[in-house]
Design a protein around this ligand. Structure first.
Ligand code: SF4
Length: 303
């Protein structure tokens, strides 16, 4: 529950507020853009109170997604109805309830006729699980990399689901049942393929569904400020060069939507996706090696 006694001093007056336990994960600003803004230190504060039912619904989604539960309302403790799962496009639902252990990574439920997929993991909550039950449960838990496993073990146990992860990141999920190895794509179920994309971590994997949806973990995201698909230069834990090669590989895919772990999801369309990915790997090689904590500002205005 959000702490009114720790409210950010920049919050605008009114019932909604953000407290200072915020870990600067950016999740709330994806759900409530224009209402929640970032201060100079990266913490969120309430810039404007919601003024319409749609904006109020967006605030409840932000509040329920926030991994530190830093967003609250002085008058109403609970949302009038559960905001998650929330449909982003038919067949793909955001699960919200982002976990602090995964630094607020997004997770998704993908409805499939041969068994639903969970891509990365939200916090395990009984109420959310009951709503996932109503949607048919989960057949496969797909882990994009070591950082975003959160409560995957509890979700898998509830549904007897297989858990997929790459061997290079597998120590983060010792309960995994399917271990990807090497760099070859692997079929998961009808229309669904796991593609190893080392770079962010050695064991990073993206999941490509029906030649239209790409679940990217921390490999690729929609950068809202630049209005562009991007990698995370500062969070390249394994290899910048391998990440660039992974972009070459991703350029061969047909993709309409990108669903990221961090950063934002986005309907980019096949043409813009192809155009961006056709040069991203070369752009990265031109800039040169970038590693953890290094900003390539001199060569490229990435942020
Ligand atoms: S979602 Fe919560 S922790 Fe993350 S930036 Fe927003 S207020 Fe801070």
């Amino acid at each position: 529950m959000a702490r009114a006694d720790m409210a950010h001093t920049d919050n605008i007056d009114g019932p909604w507020f953000v407290d200072t336990r915020c870990i600067r994960c950016d999740v709330a600003r994806h759900w409530a853009p224009g209402l929640i803004e970032m201060d100079d230190s990266g913490r969120s504060y309430l810039a404007r109170q919601p003024e319409s039912p749609d904006e109020t619904a967006a605030m409840w989604r932000a509040a329920q997604a926030c991994p530190t539960q830093s967003i609250g309302n002085l008058d109403i403790r609970r949302p009038p109805s559960p905001p998650f799962p929330f449909e982003l496009t038919p067949g793909v639902l955001a699960l919200g309830h982002n976990a602090r252990s995964s630094f607020g990574a997004h997770s998704y439920l993908v409805e499939r006729p041969d068994g639903n997929l969970m891509v990365d993991s939200p916090r395990y909550l009984r109420g959310l699980a009951e709503r996932v039950d109503d949607l048919g449960g989960i057949r496969h838990v797909l882990l994009s990399h070591r950082d975003d496993v959160a409560d995957a073990d509890r979700w898998a146990e509830r549904y007897g689901a297989d858990v997929w992860i790459h061997v290079a990141d597998a120590d983060a999920a010792p309960y995994a049942t399917v271990i990807l190895d090497g760099d070859e794509p692997a079929a998961i179920s009808s229309g669904t393929v796991a593609i190893p994309v080392p770079g962010h971590t050695e064991g990073s994997v993206v999941f490509h569904v029906d030649d239209q949806w790409l679940f990217t973990g921390d490999t690729l995201h929609w950068n809202q400020r630049r209005r562009q698909l991007d990698v995370f230069p500062e969070q390249t834990f394994h290899s910048w060069d391998e990440l660039a090669s992974s972009m070459d590989l991703l350029s061969t895919l047909r993709v309409e939507w990108v669903f990221a772990g961090h950063g934002s999801w986005h309907h980019i369309g096949t043409d813009l996706y192809a155009e961006r990915l056709s040069s991203l790997g070369d752009d990265m090689r031109r800039i040169g090696r970038v590693g953890w904590g290094q900003r390539p500002r001199a060569a490229y205005d990435w942020y």
